[in-house]
Design a protein around this ligand. Structure first.
Ligand SMILES: CC(C)(COP(=O)(O)OP(=O)(O)OC[C@H]1O[C@@H](n2cnc3c(N)ncnc32)[C@H](O)[C@@H]1OP(=O)(O)O)[C@@H](O)C(=O)NCCC(=O)NCCS
Length: 326
């Protein structure tokens, strides 16, 4: 056993569509502003009570079926989420119960928008070490519950969804390399100030709307471009892969202009970049998960392809991995 490979992918998007035109009726914004500044046209919104584990369950069922295994064959479930069903237990444990995956160990990862990529990298190493055999990695978010629907600078950017992948061992190909990094000194660029142990939920927290996302968009934009380029180059170097040999990049889908800038700096044509953010917005950890699944469903990824996953998010955190698809 030399590496890990992905043997099944699944996705789930809640039914409710919220278009830019709908947002025009909620805050002082326009479809034109949202489209030109971010590339987003619409996003999905979960129904009240439709939690991260419910979205994860629907995506996971598809991934497990496509992997050709049973839920009982899973020995590890990792859920990346910043919108867990509840503070504890983990969303992975709730998901285990929905799936009846009774032989799995379960835990969550908190790495915001890079969570799915962090989850895949963890799973790969658990497989290579021989500790686990069949691992389910899920990015699932109900970001609409953290969104301040009165703040036009953030509410236009996010959406809900889930994507799942099943990994197992492989003798050739699969995960070739990864790179990750974090900078906790920049945690206030994108964060939720209230509702945690620093500022427990209270009337004051709610009145000041501190339980919702706060973001310094401009600073984040610049850092996102820089870190996505750094982490992609580092992972490619480790894998000894040249940029020209990449078949498809699946980037975190935060903003089309961020992705354009990253592609330009990596000297990659846009036809090698998978985009779906116009339909879903930024779904945090679910973004790369859903994008990877859709890229595969649309046959943009085929056997032998070199695929680069590239993500960044609140923390700040960033990470990428290179996969030879088999
Ligand atoms: C948020 C973002 C789209 C804003 O784009 P921008 O070009 O930087 O825009 P600015 O923040 O400079 O705002 C420009 C103006 O538009 C206004 N504006 C902000 N949101 C608006 C909206 N939804 N509709 C209309 N106007 C808006 C601002 O108030 C500002 O007005 P002012 O010049 O009168 O003060 C962009 O900074 C971004 O995408 N940043 C990264 C966000 C991200 O990736 N987050 C997730 C990370 S995982």
């Amino acid at each position: 056993m030399k590496s890990a490979k992905i043997i099944g992918l699944g996705k789930y998007l809640p039914a409710k569509r919220l278009t830019n035109f709908d947002l025009e009726k909620m805050v002082n914004t326009t479809d034109e502003w949202i489209r030109t500044r971010s590339g987003i046209k619409e996003r999905r919104i979960a129904a009240y009570g439709e939690a991260a584990s419910h979205l994860a369950y629907k995506a996971s069922k598809i991934a497990i079926k496509r992997a050709g295994i049973k839920a009982e064959d899973l020995d590890l479930i990792i859920v990346a989420t910043v919108t867990p069903d509840s503070t504890f237990p983990s969303t992975a444990c709730y998901l285990q119960s929905h799936l009846k995956a009774k032989n799995a160990t379960c835990f969550d990862i908190s790495a915001a928008c890079a969570g799915f990529v962090y989850g895949l990298i963890n799973a790969w190493h658990f497989i290579v070490s021989g500790m686990h055999k069949n691992i389910l990695v899920v990015g699932s978010e109900v970001i609409s519950t953290l969104t301040d629907w009165k703040d036009r600078s953030t509410c236009v950017l996010f959406g809900d969804g889930a994507g799942a992948a099943v990994l197992t061992a492989t003798k050739s190909g699969g995960f070739l390399s990864s790179h990750t990094g974090s900078d906790g000194s920049q945690s206030d660029i994108l964060f939720v100030p209230g509702g945690g142990s620093r500022k427990p939920i209270s009337k004051e927290v709610v009145d000041k709307r501190l339980h919702f996302i706060r973001m310094k968009g401009n600073e984040l934009f610049r850092t996102a471009v820089r870190t996505m380029v750094v982490t992609a180059k580092a992972a490619l170097k480790k894998a000894k892969i040249k940029t020209k040999d990449i078949d498809l990049v699946v980037p975190h889908q935060a903003n089309k202009r961020i992705i354009d800038a990253v592609a330009k700096r990596l000297k990659l044509p846009m036809n090698k970049i998978f985009l779906n953010l116009s339909r879903y917005g930024n779904m945090s950890s679910a973004s790369t998960a859903v994008a990877l699944c859709e890229a595969w469903e649309k046959k943009r990824i085929k056997k032998g392809d070199i695929v680069l996953l590239d993500a960044f998010g609140a923390g700040l955190v960033w990470g990428s991995c290179v996969i030879k698809w088999i």
